[in-house]
Design a protein around this ligand. Structure first.
Ligand SMILES: Nc1ncnc2c1ncn2[C@@H]1O[C@H](COP(=O)(O)OP(=O)(O)OP(=O)(O)O)[C@@H](O)[C@H]1O
Ligand SMILES: [Mg+2]
Length: 258
């Protein structure tokens, strides 16, 4: 297969049971490099479980996860993040409260790429060069996430929404190739929703990052996504353009409602 045509993420026949509960019942899906792909479905349809199995947080019971042509099924989470450059958002916002935005971002970049404490705080010429490069990326991401005005403040003094944006920027510091976002808009106000959308779009266009996004705010997701996949009871129900998905009678019945 032509390397350019190889999907960045390919899930084949993925199965996962929790005790007697079948959360995923043989799901196949593909995400193309550079795509923003939406993942929707009713509560309990297996969306987060799919993320858990792709990121190595949960072991699947069957099927394969192929990342950039490499079978990563069963790989540990850290290895998938570091070698596979696949990252996932955390629901809880965590920032270092006494550090400003740039310091938070530089530390996020250091910890992701050089996880040892010694290397994180090491000094020397190579280390200084590395930090300078991280600072440059941090400034770029502060710009992208619209935090320039508050970048000098200790992160603990930022609003909850601004902290969320800072965390989003932190996730982009280690230069991931694909990012899985689980309900990035949950519990945030309309102005901030706009900002998060802009961040995702800029990260996609400027850095070519691929996104797979779970989101119950379907209006926003339909606008943001190039393609939308629908899960229902642990199975794929539909996979199409947003325009076709909103008109699909099965999807309307199972999820979008009347
Ligand atoms: N850690 C777990 N232990 C036991 N059962 C689980 C676990 N995680 C998920 N499940 C079950 O697996 C099924 C799929 O859950 P999952 O969280 O993947 O759904 P979801 O599509 O993300 O739903 P939501 O939209 O509510 O977040 C559900 O029946 C859920 O109760
Ligand atoms: Mg979920």
């Amino acid at each position: 297969m032509n390397a350019a045509a190889e999907p960045i993420l390919r899930v084949q026949g993925l199965r996962k049971n929790y005790g007697g509960v079948p959360a995923l019942q043989g799901v196949d899906l593909e995400v193309a490099r550079g795509e923003v792909c939406g993942l929707i479905g009713p509560n309990g349809s297996g969306k987060s479980t799919l993320f858990d199995c792709c990121t190595g947080l949960q072991k699947s019971d069957g099927g394969r996860v192929v990342l950039k042509g490499t079978d990563i099924t069963g790989w540990a989470m850290n290895r998938i993040a570091r070698e596979g450059r696949l990252l996932r958002s955390f629901q809880k916002t965590v920032v270092f409260p006494t550090m400003d935005c740039e310091e938070n971002l530089v530390l996020a970049g250091q910890m992701a790429r050089f996880p040892g404490v010694a290397s994180t705080f090491s000094i020397g010429r190579a280390s200084r060069r590395r930090v300078a490069a991280l600072r440059e990326r941090a400034r770029e991401l502060i710009e992208v996430s619209g935090l320039s005005r508050v970048a000098h403040l200790p992160a603990g003094n930022l609003s909850g929404g601004q902290q969320k944006l800072l965390q989003f920027a932190s996730m982009l510091m280690p230069e991931p190739e694909i990012v899985l976002l689980d309900e990035p808009l949950a519990g945030i106000n309309p102005i901030l929703i706009e900002r998060v959308i802009q961040c995702i779009e800029s990260a996609n266009r400027q850095f070519g990052i691929t996104f797979l996004i779970i989101e119950h705010n379907t209006d926003v997701l339909m606008n943001l996504s190039h393609r939308v996949i629908v899960l229902h009871q642990g199975q794929k129900l539909a996979d199409d353009t947003p325009a076709a998905i909103v008109r699909n009678p099965q999807v309307v019945e199972a999820y979008l409602g009347g």
